[in-house]
Design a binder for this molecule. Structure first.
Ligand SMILES: O=c1cc[nH]c(=O)[nH]1
Length: 457
């Protein structure tokens, strides 16, 4: 692996890409971080899509729970696999793409990732502000909560590894106690969880996969500091799965209490005994998500500007994120965020196959002069197309019309159980495997060009 970096003995994340990242995060650090990401205020209302993904055909509670477990395991396995190269190379997610595509080509997904992470960050500040207003009432202005949450987010990004340790030591225990308390109180109030069927089981699994894979593009930014690949993978899959299943189950209980009205899903939390306190802990905890998004935007920008101090970038990104949350309609951004997986899921499938199967682990060049690898665009684009052929999520008219025409041109009807992200992942992975012989031939030719003595062997 070529990277051309200098060593560093810092215990915090390095300020520039030139320094080696410290490998200080163990299983508990990763597990606690990913568990915190798995509990989300958005997940409580999102539980409705798990419970009734087709609208009008709700699952039984055991069916929904099993769908949550299976979907989380599949989705987080993808996140975990995409995270391991980060641990092994010490490179952030977008810098890894230099190894896959070459440095110049990696700038395209990097810019897209910056746009989506800014969107996610603003979305999270919006959710935190709304959650705070649910507790303290509308008297305290939305803007004040956004700015407060944004300032805390920026502070966390200045010492990211310290923030992860803080999460593990203090926040995780508070989140566990809050979740247990709120579960006990809410499940005791639930009118009935017995009705429903298993009919919409597959689409429910799909929804949970989609929830999990949105973390694929940032996983390596954090697992690059892992002590081992096993700690990274197990922390991602174990921590996130347990927390997401608990979060979705609690969301189902809260929804049952308010007649499945997602706009009132937080009411039972706040109304519970000590609800303000425990729901407040969950709202405060949500800054781990805005932190992850702002920090990942920073790491992506460093792929473009490797020697720019990450603290300066984080402050600038944090301020922009606050401004977006203040002036933009972040809920409209939500539609874009729900489909950006079309870009990143197939890309990380190509990355995983090239890295683990085709020998990328030993030969990837992630330095600033890494040459372009145009061939790798082909399986990525195939997966991208597969995503749009399969997805039923409406976007903008002209774009949806293109894919409707493509579907009818090839006579394809997407079965309702098929998940777009999963289809994109599988097609891109298979396409990369098929490209394997060409990759190997090119590698041999390159080796022979460098050392003609190999030709005679
Ligand atoms: O805040 C979030 C939520 C899901 N996925 C992200 O990347 N960020």
């Amino acid at each position: 692996m070529t990277s051309g970096r200098v060593g560093s003995d810092r215990s915090e994340a390095p300020l520039t890409l030139d320094e080696e990242p410290p490998k200080t995060l163990g299983l508990l650090d990763q597990g606690a971080f990913w568990a915190n990401l798995g509990v989300s205020l958005l997940g409580f209302s999102g539980a409705l899509f798990l419970l009734d993904p087709l609208g009008g055909e709700p699952l039984t509670f055991p069916a929904a729970l099993l769908a949550a477990v299976i979907g989380s395991l599949i989705g987080t396995a993808m996140v975990g696999v995409s995270a391991i190269p980060g641990t092994q190379t010490g490179r952030p997610a977008m810098v890894l793409l230099r190894g896959l595509f070459g440095t110049r080509l990696s700038y395209v997904p990097t810019v897209l990732n910056i746009v989506q992470m800014l969107g996610w960050g603003a979305f999270e500040l919006w959710v935190i502000a709304r959650g705070a207003q649910a507790i303290f009432g509308p008297g305290t202005p939305y803007a004040l909560w956004v700015v407060l949450a944004g300032v805390v987010t920026i502070a966390l990004t200045i010492r990211p590894l310290g923030s992860l340790r803080l999460l593990r030591r203090y926040v995780t225990a508070g989140v566990i106690v809050s979740m247990v308390w709120l579960s006990v109180v809410l499940f005791a109030r639930v009118p009935s969880l017995g009705e429903g069927s298993w009919h919409a089981f597959a689409p429910a699994v799909d929804y949970v996969i989609a929830l999990s894979v949105s973390w694929v593009p940032l996983a390596a930014d954090f697992t690059r500091h892992s002590r081992s690949s096993a700690a990274a993978f197990t922390g991602v899959v174990g921590g996130y799965t347990i927390a997401q299943v608990a979060c979705l189950a609690l969301g189902i209980a809260a929804l049952a209490i308010v007649g499945n009205d997602p706009d009132r899903v937080w009411d039972p939390f706040v109304a519970a005994p000590l609800g303000g306190l425990f729901f407040g802990i969950l709202v405060l905890r949500e800054v781990d998500q805005s932190f992850a998004n702002v920090y990942s935007t920073t790491m992506s920008i460093q792929n473009l500007r490797p020697r720019l101090d990450r603290r300066v970038i984080s402050v600038a990104v944090g301020v922009v994120t606050i401004l977006i949350a203040l002036v933009a309609d972040v809920t409209a951004y939500g539609a874009f965020l729900s489909v950006i997986g079309a870009v990143f899921v197939p890309m990380f499938a190509v990355l995983a196959v090239d890295y683990f199967v085709l020998g990328g682990a030993s030969r990837w060049n992630t330095a600033e002069d890494a040459p372009a690898r145009w061939l790798m665009l082909v399986p990525w684009l195939l997966g991208f197309a597969a995503y749009w052929l399969v997805t039923a999520t409406p976007t903008v008219g002209w774009w949806d019309a293109i894919w409707a025409a493509a579907r009818s041109a090839i006579g394809f009807t997407s079965p309702p159980w098929l998940n777009a992200a999963l289809a994109a992942f599988v097609i891109s992975a298979a396409g990369t495997l098929l490209a394997g012989p060409i990759v190997r031939r090119r590698r041999m030719a390159e080796a022979e060009r460098r050392d003609p003595a190999l030709t005679g062997r």
